[in-house]
Design a protein around this ligand. Structure first.
Ligand SMILES: Nc1ncnc2c1ncn2[C@@H]1O[C@H](COP(=O)(O)OP(=O)(O)OP(=O)(O)O)[C@@H](O)[C@H]1O
Ligand SMILES: [Mg+2]
Length: 243
């Protein structure tokens, strides 16, 4: 299986002297959805920025075996003057895809995230959850081999968040990209992922690597099962020991 993203003994020290990450090794393969949970300030966003090439490591190495990488930020980061459809279409435009093809792909992506009928609305005419759906559609329309998510649902209310979690793991089951997902929520990490990595407080190190056994798509009710509670308990315990 292709190891899409490989971090080997990665260390990151900023010019300020802050050591954000220390000896972080991990890999994410195609068809794996790996979540990272850890206390605030432990280096999670830094880890994602390094994986995306937005910033450079201080030590160790990063290997990316992907034709296309998508990055979903905490805020939806949409262009206000473009409709939902044209926000998603932008990816094709930048790649020089013809108008008919890029429009069809954008429409399909919006349909997948449940925004059929809202194509012409502008971001300010959409709810926070809908804007995040557009952002996810924009990430998926690029057909990424590697999809990076930095707490995309962090600013949303609980109900919207649960809906989007259900949608995202359904999309993952369809597209089978390699996913790396940052979150503060233990239950979100367990529900979405094939594997949960737990980070220590700064400098962030990986202190636990916990596999999640269930097949996709996962029913929303999985969250109420005793096996689910047992696994979230295991992740929480690892977090508690190292924060
Ligand atoms: N550009 C930078 N220059 C200097 N220090 C930085 C920079 N970016 C991040 N840091 C520091 O690195 C550490 C890790 O920051 P990071 O944003 O990765 O944390 P995080 O785990 O994503 O936190 P949160 O959960 O609150 O989003 C923090 O101490 C932060 O101050
Ligand atoms: Mg962060």
């Amino acid at each position: 299986m292709t190891r899409t993203l490989v971090l080997d003994d990665v260390t990151k020290q900023f010019a300020t002297g802050t050591v954000a990450l220390e000896d972080v090794s991990l890999s994410v393969s195609a068809g794996e959805f790996v979540s990272v949970v850890g206390p605030s300030g432990c280096g999670k966003s830094t880890l994602l920025r390094l994986a995306s090439g937005l910033d450079d490591v201080s030590g160790g190495s990063i290997e990316v075996n992907a034709h296309s990488t998508s990055y979903v930020f905490q805020e939806a980061t949409l262009l206000e003057w473009r409709s939902a459809l044209r926000n998603v279409e932008l990816v094709g435009e930048l790649r020089g895809v013809g108008k008919a093809d890029r429009r069809r792909a954008a429409q399909e992506a919006l349909d997948l995230v449940g925004l059929t009928g809202f194509e012409k609305q502008h971001p300010r005419q959409l709810s926070g959850g809908m804007r995040m759906r557009v952002s996810i559609a924009r990430a998926l329309v690029a057909e990424p081999d590697l999809a990076l998510f930095d707490e995309p649902f962090g600013a949303l209310d609980e109900i919207t968040r649960l809906h989007l979690q259900t949608e995202l793991q359904r999309l993952f089951a369809l597209k089978e990209f390699a996913g790396l997902f940052i979150t503060h929520s233990v239950s979100e990490a367990v529900y979405l992922s094939t594997r949960v990595l737990v980070m220590s407080g700064r400098p962030g190190r990986i202190v636990a690597d916990i596999p999640v056994p269930w097949a996709y798509p996962r029913p929303p009710e999985l969250r109420f099962e005793p096996e689910f509670a047992a696994l979230t308990g295991e992740v929480s315990a690892a977090l508690g020991e190292h924060s």
